[in-house]
Structures are given as C-alpha cells and as structure tokens.
Design a protein around this ligand. Structure first.
Ligand SMILES: C[C@H](O)[C@H](O)[C@H]1CNC2=NC(N)=NC(=O)C2=N1
Length: 112
C-alpha cells in the first residue's frame, strides 16, 4: 500500500464512507505511535507529542496548523507546557476517513 505521508487529502464531503474497522486496522500499521479513540460515538486517532517547554510545543502546534491549512483538513489540538495532543477525525462524516490517516502521517513527519 502507498505510504500515507506521500498522499494528498481529498475534499471532505458529506456522505463519504467512513473507514471500516478492517481498513482502520490496516491503516494504523503505518501509525504505530497513534491510538484509535472513540468519544461520543466518533472514532478518532490521537497522539501525544512531548517537548522541552511551551515555546517548542507552540512552534509544533503552528506547524500542524500549516499542514492542516495546506491540505484543507484540520485537527483538534491541545497545546500544553511540554505536550501537544493532536487528534484527527472527519467532522463531515463523524468518523475516520483516509484523510485523517494521511494527516497523522504528515504530522509525524514534522518531527522526523
Ligand atoms: C469547507 C471546509 O473545507 C470543510 O469544512 C473542511 C474543513 N476541515 C475539515 N477538517 C476535518 N477534520 N473534518 C472536516 O470535515 C473538515 N471539513
């Protein structure tokens, strides 16, 4: 399978099929540091990134924001002193779409 980090997001559309549990299991093989979480019935993927201080956490937060704007697909981000929690899901389908895995892979690449 092609690597998510090289892919581009497609425009989010209502009615797009969410990733199946089988697809999620396969996709997550490329994202070993991420967790699948279900909150309020909505599946998401989440990773906590650790930093030395708040300034570094904020710099990373802004980099995630830049790739989100570039791809037109946006995360939930919790920025704390020394930690950034990034959560991806597709609001329009209230679940996980291939776009979310692409963006998680691109998020990892920011730290590579
Ligand atoms: C109009 C705009 O492109 C859409 O609302 C996009 C924006 N970014 C998005 N990001 C995420 N995670 N899910 C969406 O459904 C979504 N929709």
């Amino acid at each position: 399978m092609e690597e998510f980090v090289t892919m581009q997001c497609e425009p989010c559309r209502v009615g797009a099929p969410p990733a199946t549990d089988e697809e999620i299991a396969i996709f997550m093989q490329q994202l070993p540091k991420w967790m699948v979480k279900e909150i309020d019935g909505i599946k998401r993927i989440e990773r906590v990134f650790k930093f030395k201080n708040f300034v570094q956490a904020l710099e990373f937060t802004n980099k995630v924001g830049e790739i989100a704007e570039k791809q037109g697909h946006h995360p939930a981000i919790l920025t704390e002193w020394g930690r950034v929690t990034v959560t991806w899901w597709t609001h329009k389908i209230k679940g996980l779409h291939r776009n979310d895995f692409i963006m998680a892979a691109k998020t990892d690449q920011l730290c590579a």
